[in-house]
Design a protein around this ligand. Structure first.
Ligand code: IMP
Length: 203
């Protein structure tokens, strides 16, 4: 079976990527399955830069074919924040609850039509020798004024899909997988991976 190492410890991301790759017969492992991995400092100012760094560092260390993934939320009324700082928006080590609380606080009084936002996701492919390429995906939505639903992770209870009148917290994960920033990026990543595998006769 084909295997891909995802350079993340985020269980929500791993579950989503594993679910989406399973139909293609690609088995996923993550940094949670491998001991002694180097610490990656996410100091890039773009999702692309962080995704590339994660992929290259872990591929070089393990000799495996690696996906680096970096994602986050851009809120228009906040000038694009929290962006690459989404995981630590409410401070280093902040949990989803604290991040969502801060988001609601910063947007208090902002009317619905000005609460536009998007999730972005960059996925990089690397092997032990080089960075192969980086692709990106996005998903447009709006920030709700109260949490709704408990599916997904991160900002999902606040991320409203206007066409469905539901948040990602309320929508089934299977539905999220058809329309999310991660699904959008993954479609492009799969093309990249296929080309890479044909070229290198890997796996
Ligand atoms: P990083 O890519 O590990 O730096 O962190 C990404 C952060 O963005 C997560 O910790 C979440 O807060 C947020 N995020 C990214 N993708 C999603 C998603 O699909 N749902 C909810 N939050 C997300």
């Amino acid at each position: 079976m084909k295997a891909l190492l995802i350079a993340t410890k985020n269980k929500g991301k791993v579950r989503e990527i594993a679910d989406m790759l399973a139909p293609m017969g690609i088995r996923v492992t993550s940094l949670l399955d491998h001991a002694g991995m180097p610490e990656i400092i996410e100091d890039g100012i773009t999702f692309r830069a962080n995704a590339a760094k994660k992929a290259v560092v872990i591929a070089r260390h393990t000799g495996l074919v690696v996906m680096g993934e970096d994602s986050g939320l851009e809120v228009d009324a906040l000038g694009g924040r929290p962006g690459v700082y989404s995981a630590r928006y409410a401070g280093e080590g902040a949990d989803d609850e604290a991040n969502n609380d801060l988001l609601l606080k910063e947007l208090s009084g902002v009317p619905d039509e000005k609460r536009t936002a998007r999730y972005r996701c960059a996925m990089a492919l690397a092997d032990k020798d080089a960075l192969v390429d980086v692709v990106e995906g996005a998903c447009e939505g709006r920030i709700a004024s109260v949490r709704r639903g408990s599916n997904g992770f991160g900002y999902d209870p606040l991320f409203l899909i206007p066409s469905r009148q539901k948040t990602f917290g309320e929508l089934d994960l299977a539905v999220k997988h058809t329309m999310s920033h991660r699904a959008d990026a993954l479609r492009k990543f799969l093309k990249l991976l296929e080309n890479y595998l044909v070229r290198t006769e890997h796996f």
